[in-house]
Design a protein around this ligand. Structure first.
Ligand code: SAH
Ligand code: SF4
Length: 377
C-alpha cells in the first residue's frame, strides 16, 4: 500500500523531491494544494507539471474520507461518520464555540478527532471500546479529518456567510480556496491517542506547521485515559500541547471499577507522570470527570478529587454521562450533578459542569459508528 501524501512532513517531501531533481518550490506548491486549497485530486494541482503529478500519484496515495452519515444542526454540534479506504468507520465532532442559541454567528470552531478505529482500553462506560481495537489511524487519516470537515463546510455554507463564489472571483486559483474554519482541536474522539503515539505526533506536527494547517500547539488538547509513560514522553516533545486527563474517579478503588488502564498505571504513577509533564511544560492540566449515577458521583470522591485538583492547579470538567446503547450506566439526576459541583466549589476547586441539552447528538464519540455498524449487519 502506498503511503499517503498527507502523512508526509516537509522534510520528507523535500528529500523525496530532491531525489527526483525537483526544486524545493515545487514542494511548497504541493503543500499549498493540500493544506490551503485542500484538493482531493492530483489533477487539480494545476501549477505542477503533468509528469510530476504522475510521479506523485505513483508514489503516494491521496486519500479522502467518505462522509457516510452526519448528525446535528448547522449551528450546533455536528457529528461526522467517515468511512476509511479499508471500509472502517471513524467519527469527528464539530463544536461551535458559541452554540448560536440566539442566532448570533458561531465563528470559532473546535474539532474533536479520532486517532484509532475502536479502542483497546475497554473503559466500561465507553462505546469506542465496546468492539475492541481494530487499528491505528495513519497520520494522514488524522490530518484529513480537519480538511474533510472544512471541505464539507465550504460546500454547505451557512446562510449569511461569505459566498465562496465571491471569494473565488478575486483570484482564479481560489476556486478551490477554502476558508479556515477550525481553530481548536481536541483529540478526544475514538481511540486512545497516546496508544498511537508516533502517528498522532506526526499528524499534529503537520496540523501545527506553518507549511501545513497552521493550528497552534496551544490550541490542541490531547485527552488520555492515563498512559503514564507516554505522558512523560509527551512532556519531552518540543511542541507543547495541552493535556486533559480522563480521571472519572479520584481514588484507585473507583477508577479500577470502570477503567482497566488504572490497574496498569494506578493513580500514584499517573499523577507522577502529570507532575513531570507540568514541570517540563508549565502548562495547565485539565481533569475530565464524567458523572455516572451510583458509580463515581458519591460525595466521598470530593475530598480526594479536590486534593488532586489543588496539587495540579487543575480545572475539573464535570460531564454528565451520555447513555450508550446496551450499557447499563446512566447519568445522575440534575440535582445530584449540581450537588457534586457545589461540593467541589466549596473546596475551592475550579470546576465546570456541562449542562447542555440534546445530548443524544453530543453523545461521546463512538456511538454513531456503533449504531451504524449494527444497522449494516
Ligand atoms: N481515549 C481518550 C480520548 C477519547 S475518549 C480518553 O479516554 O481520554 C474522550 C472522552 O470521552 C474521555 O474523557 C472519555 O472518558 C469520555 N467518554 C467516553 N464515553 C463517554 C460517555 N458515554 N459519556 C460521556 N463521556 C464519555
Ligand atoms: Fe478508549 Fe478513551 Fe473510550 Fe477508554 S474512554 S475505552 S481509553 S476511547
Amino acid at each position: 500500500m502506498l503511503s499517503d501524501i498527507k502523512s508526509q512532513t516537509l522534510h520528507e517531501l523535500q528529500t523525496q523531491f530532491r531525489t527526483w531533481s525537483q526544486p524545493d518550490y515545487r514542494v511548497s506548491q504541493l503543500l499549498e494544494w493540500l493544506y490551503v486549497h485542500r484538493v482531493t485530486d492530483w489533477d487539480a494541482m494545476m501549477n505542477l507539471p503533468k509528469p510530476l503529478r504522475h510521479l506523485l500519484a505513483q508514489t503516494y496515495s491521496l486519500l479522502t474520507l467518505e462522509l457516510i452519515r452526519k448528525q446535528g444542526a448547522r449551528d450546533s454540534t455536528q457529528k461526522f461518520l467517515w468511512q476509511l479506504s479499508d471500509g472502517a468507520l471513524i467519527e469527528s465532532v464539530l463544536i461551535p464555540a458559541n452554540p448560536a442559541l440566539y442566532g448570533e454567528p458561531s465563528d470559532r470552531h473546535t474539532l474533536c478527532v479520532s486517532t484509532q478505529v475502536g479502542c483497546a482500553y475497554g473503559c466500561k462506560f465507553c462505546a469506542s471500546g465496546l468492539a475492541g481495537w481494530k487499528r491505528d489511524l495513519h497520520p494522514g487519516e488524522i490530518v484529513e479529518q480537519v480538511l474533510a470537515v472544512e471541505r464539507w463546510h465550504k460546500g454547505n455554507p451557512k446562510p449569511g456567510t461569505r459566498n465562496p463564489e465571491d471569494i473565488a472571483a478575486l483570484d482564479p486559483r481560489s476556486a478551490f480556496r477554502i476558508p479556515r474554519l477550525i481553530d481548536n482541536l481536541v483529540i478526544m474522539g475514538m481511540g486512545e491517542p497516546l496508544a498511537n503515539y508516533d502517528n498522532l505526533l506526526k499528524a499534529l506536527t503537520i496540523l501545527n506547521a506553518p507549511w501545513g494547517r497552521g493550528i497552534g500547539a496551544r490550541k490542541i488538547t490531547i485527552s488520555t485515559s492515563g498512559l503514564a509513560p507516554q505522558i512523560r514522553k509527551l512532556a519531552d516533545e518540543p511542541l507543547q500541547f495541552r493535556l486533559a486527563i480522563s480521571l472519572h474517579g479520584a481514588t484507585d478503588e473507583t477508577r479500577n471499577k470502570i477503567m482497566p488502564v488504572n490497574r496498569k498505571y494506578p493513580l500514584r504513577e499517573l499523577t507522577a507522570a502529570c507532575e513531570y509533564y507540568q514541570q517540563q511544560n508549565r502548562r495547565m492540566i485539565t481533569f475530565e470527570y464524567i458523572l455516572i449515577a451510583g458509580v463515581n458521583d458519591g460525595l466521598d470522591q470530593i475530598k480526594p478529587l479536590a486534593q488532586l485538583a489543588h496539587r495540579f492547579k487543575a480545572k475539573v470538567n464535570l460531564i454528565p454521562y451520555n447513555k450508550v446503547e446496551n450499557l447499563p450506566w446512566t447519568r445522575p439526576a440534575n440535582g445530584a450533578q449540581e450537588a457534586f459541583l457545589a461540593a467541589l466549589e466549596k473546596q475551592k476547586v475550579h470546576a465546570t459542569l456541562r449542562r447542555e441539552k440534546g445530548h443524544d447528538i453530543d453523545a461521546a464519540c463512538g456511538q454513531l459508528r456503533l449504531r451504524t455498524e449494527r444497522e449494516l449487519k
